[in-house]
Design a protein around this ligand. Structure first.
Ligand code: HEC
Length: 238
């Protein structure tokens, strides 16, 4: 038994010794001048979980053509990337899955590609981690609100959005919703459109949802707003 343990120890050291020490950088086969988002920005998921869709980026040359074999390295405070770096495929693209950190709020995905003349081209994407209350709010939205407020249909749910006039806004529509106060939004969700002089097609939820659920859905709406919602009175340093 002892001999076996020694043998395994030696084997482990040998195998371990073959691994490169520290993070190894892949060698680019080509260089681009620009990196752009294909898809995957502005997604949200509960803190600590993976984003529902991967992030897909593309490296282009100066003349706008995709570059194969360019190195892309991902960074982001509190984020985990799989893989953390990779080379672009034959269509000039890379695909990475992103795991969110444990603080609710905004995260930045930063992707860099080295340019042939030196320096890096970068692209930044915003991703959103929902805290507990916001995740409760998302569940309320998925159950009650999304069928009217999201124009997209899925196999499980046919959107009612295009039958409504005036059309309700998507909850990501910060340009519209950021201007309406918490009090007014709460009032409208609880007592329906007419409470704010709006369409009676916006139902009243005071009898269906608990006040905490209305607060949660409002918190969810605020967290996914694009542009981001800034609570009145809060000043952000630049
Ligand atoms: C049956 C369709 C329907 C459902 C379900 C619905 N809404 Fe609405 N909602 C509307 C319509 C229509 C308006 C637009 C009213 C207007 O502009 O006159 C609206 C407006 C709103 C507004 C004001 C901003 C905007 O889009 O104009 C908020 C906030 C809102 N709804 C929240 C919710 C929440 C939260 C839920 C789920 C708890 C929900 N709605 C469910 C139809 C719906």
């Amino acid at each position: 038994m002892k001999l076996l343990r020694i043998a395994m120890f030696v084997l482990a050291v040998l195998l371990g010794g073959c691994k490169p020490s520290g993070p190894q950088t892949l060698k680019p086969a080509a260089y681009g001048t620009q990196i752009v988002e294909v898809s995957g920005g502005k997604q949200w998921a509960q803190v600590g979980s993976a984003l529902p869709q991967p992030v897909v980026l593309q490296v282009n040359s100066a003349d706008g053509n995709p570059v194969t074999g360019a190195l892309v390295v991902f960074h982001g405070n509190g984020l985990e990337f799989n893989p953390p770096q990779t080379l672009t495929d034959s269509s000039g693209q890379v695909t990475v899955s992103v795991q969110l950190g444990f603080n609710p709020g905004d995260f930045q995905v930063i992707a860099e590609t080295p340019k042939s003349g030196g320096g890096n081209a970068t692209v930044n994407l915003r991703e959103i981690a929902l805290g507990y209350e916001q995740a409760v709010g998302k569940a309320v939205n998925d159950k009650y609100c999304i069928r009217c407020h999201d124009p997209e249909s899925t196999p499980e749910r046919v959107s009612n959005h295009d039958n409504l006039s005036p059309a309700p806004h998507q909850f990501t529509d910060g340009a519209t919703l950021n201007r309406i106060s918490d009090a007014d939004l709460t009032n409208m969700i609880a007592h329906g459109g007419p409470a704010l002089g709006k369409s009676p097609q916006m139902p009243a939820y005071a009898a269906t949802l608990k006040p905490a659920e209305i607060k949660a859905v409002l918190s969810y709406i605020r967290s996914i707003a694009d542009p981001p919602y800034q609570a009145p009175g809060v000043k952000y340093g630049k």
